[in-house]
Design a protein around this ligand. Structure first.
Ligand SMILES: Cc1ncc(COP(=O)(O)O)c(C=O)c1O
Length: 331
């Protein structure tokens, strides 16, 4: 199997309880919903996230929530302000739906977001910030006062916290209190459930209901719900996965620096490495060795020398570094 370092998946399998619960609920797949399962999941998610059940909604991955955000922009005829560069899917969906994005450029080697520039752009629009951001890996918003001012100016603010378990930074309380702020979370990363397609939002009830009108319903399959319940009941496992990934990430950053490929600080399960040469030839050479990374030059002109690399197991990253060293010599 190829070494998949291009989609920010977890290198670890889901916790064992996941398959046990998935098998238990498989026999009920003749039904659209199993109330008792959803109730338990929302209860446990509410305890985990530290918000009331009414402030939660389940989604088929945070990607579904992004689609709904852009469908809302389309329905209301609004533009969407984004920190640029950000998650590629937002550009793709916006293009397909004919929604105009208004980029606020991240600045300098640390990819910082200028608060005043963001506020200026936000008036009457939707705002999307991935926090921490993908592909840069950093926290772009830390200041709760800035968020409060942003929420006053913008129609709605979407904060994508897909990597929350790695960053520890959240605006979930603001999402509940401010009314027009929606936090997006994913179980794809720290919870090792990318293939189960499950995530959730934290928001006011009003925002949740507004978004729900754009959804067909029952998108989150019973099996995904069962998987999520199994993962939430395995928090020791999840925490140890996060701990291991963070440890390997920091070691990897040092090793990349030795190879002349510096990385800005990351609050995620991936790093953004700047190479001396354009990323194309390097990522192709890695692919020939069965190692997949993301060459960002394909997406963003300003990141033509950057690769995004998911942090895997230590031994996988050793293999990656060996292949990278050879690829850099060749390119
Ligand atoms: C910032 C960000 N948001 C959302 C997603 C998608 O997550 P999900 O698997 O929950 O759809 C990703 C996945 O890489 C991401 O990086």
């Amino acid at each position: 199997m190829r070494l998949r370092l291009h989609m920010n998946e977890s290198p670890y399998p889901p916790p064992p309880l996941v398959s046990e619960l998935v098998s238990r609920y498989a026999g009920l797949l003749n039904l659209y919903e199993v109330e008792e399962l959803e109730e338990q999941l929302l209860d446990e998610l509410s305890a985990y996230a530290g918000v009331e059940r009414e402030n939660l909604d389940l989604y088929a991955g945070s990607s579904e929530a992004l689609l709904v955000m852009l469908a809302l922009a389309k329905a209301l005829g609004l533009e969407v302000v984004v920190a640029h560069p950000t998650f590629f899917l937002v550009y793709e969906l916006a293009r397909s739906l004919g929604v105009r994005l208004v980029p606020v450029r991240l600045r300098g080697p640390e990819f910082s977001l200028e608060g005043e520039e963001l506020l200026k752009a936000a008036g009457g629009r939707l705002v999307y910030l991935a926090n921490p951001n993908n592909p840069t890996g950093n926290i772009v918003l830390r200041d709760g006062d800035l968020l409060a001012r942003l929420a006053k100016r913008a129609r709605m603010v979407f904060l994508d916290e897909a990597y929350y378990e790695f960053s520890g930074v959240t605006f979930k309380d603001a999402a509940v209190e401010l009314g027009n702020v929606v936090v997006l979370r994913s179980l794809s990363k720290a919870f090792c459930l990318a293939g189960a397609r499950i995530g959730y939002t934290i928001s006011s009830v009003r925002a949740k209901e507004l978004l729900a009108r754009l959804r067909p319903g029952y998108e989150v399959s019973l099996l995904s719900q069962a998987a999520a319940l199994g993962a939430l009941r395995s928090m020791d496992y999840v925490r140890s996965v996060v701990r291991r990934i963070v440890e390997v990430r920091e070691w990897l950053r040092k090793e990349l620096l030795k190879l002349g490929a510096p990385t800005p600080e990351s609050s995620t399960n991936f790093v953004l490495a700047r190479l001396e040469q354009p990323c194309d030839a390097v990522s192709r050479a890695l692919e020939e060795e069965g190692i997949l990374v993301t060459c960002l030059g394909r997406w963003f002109e300003e990141l033509s020398h950057h690769v995004r690399v998911t942090v895997g197991r230590r031994e996988d990253m050793e293999a990656f570094l060996r292949a990278l060293e050879a690829a850099l010599r060749k390119a």
